[in-house]
Design a protein around this ligand. Structure first.
Ligand code: SAM
Ligand code: SF4
Length: 440
């Protein structure tokens, strides 16, 4: 029997798809390259913005047509499109055989293998098959924050941390199969441990810093990353641990969302601009080589031009290495959707979005330009033929920047290579292994 999984959305969704694939593989199922070769087609959906939802619905429509031609094929839909009530979805998409909320893998497996024991004992030790030298490991599921624009807490539920023991077993299993870099995932990853019991004999609960310390000695593991940071949960203990643990990469993705206090309050982010600035300066003070990225939403309910300019100014002042910018997309069921007006025309949202992109392109070009001549540690993740017929290798430096390089000596995916930067754009660095003679 063969399965095909189509995934939309964030790294958490990718990790969920990999876990479902591992569960299916444990039961003897094989992957199919295309849905039309599969007995089970799974759609792992994202509804963070309308565009992502539209893509999932478009793909589901293609599966409906395929199912009409291919009798016996089962269609499962999982991920954030699936809330606690599925009646409306069942009515709208009657060809879907099974609906599963995020991480409810067993609902899908029970549907295809009724009667099997796939509960409690089965899932914790189903570890995904690595696809290369890097892997995502969810450490805390769900979110308790309820930012007014965001659908995530309604679909992924409250924060639930995995035990340190289970995460270490997964990390060791991945490292044993060639994974060198782990990215620990949580919607707000610093929430890790808040719902766990206290450390035996201690007076506090485990946190992300404990996780860094416990994972660092895992044999074969060379890098640890973490995503996504939440300013209010960022403790000095966590920052110090990033500074101290050599395997933990000095990169934080710490969304600000807006540079204006009134907008932040309307978003219910739980911090002011001043508190956010304090968080960034605590990080920069203790981790001087840090690279920082952030997320921003433009055009949130009645955002004025002056409020938008405050965001632009904050981004100019803080000079992030990367900014993920999105136009506000009202999500049915959220607080903003119920109580606030989405008044801004789409063209104005896009004008603001492009203004952020343009400003950030300049800043990133300047930041990356300052790295010319430096040597960067690169974990090689891929290779392809370059325009001149030479192989171009691609990887990321510790700060999560893309680095492309060519090499006169053999390079294998998974190698850690020191690359001297010879060119830089806003999007990537390019160079040659350090030690390669510089040609005139
Ligand atoms: N938990 C993280 C945080 O605290 O910001 C982010 C996780 S969220 C799933 C990923 C990003 O999607 C957010 O940073 C936000 O910028 C964006 N996002 C969430 N809801 C959105 C909406 N309704 N419209 C536009 N962008 C949205
Ligand atoms: Fe959504 Fe806010 Fe939770 Fe991030 S912290 S997942 S933006 S509710």
């Amino acid at each position: 029997m063969r399965y095909h999984i189509w995934t939309e959305g964030c790294q958490m969704n990718e990790a969920d798809s990999d876990k479902l694939a591992a569960g299916l593989a444990n039961l003897g199922w094989e992957p199919a390259l295309k849905a039309d070769e599969a007995d089970l087609a799974v759609v792992n959906t994202c509804v963070i913005r309308q565009k992502a939802e539209d893509r999932a619905v478009g793909y589901m429509t293609r599966l409906r047509l395929l199912k009409e031609r291919k009798s016996g094929m089962q269609v499962a839909v999982m991920g954030c499109m699936v809330g606690p009530r599925t009646d409306e979805l069942r009515e709208r998409f009657p060809f879907v055989d099974v609906w599963a909320r995020p991480q409810s893998f067993e609902v899908i497996l029970r549907h295809i293998l009724p009667g099997d024991n796939l509960g409690g004992e089965f899932w914790p030790d189903v570890f995904p098959e690595p696809k290369g030298p890097t892997a995502f490991v969810p450490v805390v599921h769900g979110c308790n924050k309820f930012c007014t624009y965001c659908i995530v807490p309604y679909r992924r539920g409250r924060e639930r941390s995995r035990s340190i023991e289970e995460i270490v077993r997964e990390a060791a299993s991945l490292a044993g199969r060639g994974v060198k870099e782990l990215t620990l995932l949580g919607q707000t990853v610093e929430a890790y441990g808040k719902d766990l019991p206290e450390i035996p004999g201690g007076t506090r609960k485990p946190d992300l810093a404990d996780l860094f310390e416990t994972l660092s000695p895992v044999e074969g593991l060379e890098r640890i990353r973490f995503l996504t940071s939440y300013p209010r949960d960022m403790t000095d203990r966590i920052i110090q641990s990033v500074a101290r643990e050599p395997r933990v990469c000095e990169h934080f993705n710490i969304p600000v969302q807006s540079g204006d206090d009134e907008v932040l309050a309307k978003m219910r982010r739980g911090y002011t601009v001043e508190e956010y600035l304090d968080c960034v300066s605590r990080i920069r003070r203790r981790v001087p080589a840090v690279s920082l990225s952030t997320d921003v939403i433009v055009g949130f309910c009645e955002e004025t031009e002056a409020q938008f300019l405050n965001t632009l100014r904050l981004l100019e002042d803080l000079r992030f290495d990367k900014v993920h910018v999105a136009a506000y997309s009202p999500r049915p069921g959220t607080i903003a959707w119920r109580h606030m007006e989405d008044t801004m025309p789409q063209e104005e949202k896009m004008r603001r979005l492009h203004a952020v992109e343009e400003q950030q392109e300049r800043i990133a070009r300047e930041i990356n330009g300052a790295l010319l001549g430096t040597v960067q540690e690169v974990l090689v993740e891929g290779e392809k033929d370059g325009p001149d017929g030479r192989t171009v290798f691609t990887g990321r430096n510790r700060g999560n920047k893309l680095v492309h390089f060519t090499s006169q000596s053999p390079v294998t995916i998974g190698d850690m290579v020191l690359v001297r930067v010879e060119r830089a754009t806003a999007w990537s660095l390019q160079g040659m292994p350090a030690g390669t003679p510089v040609l005139a």
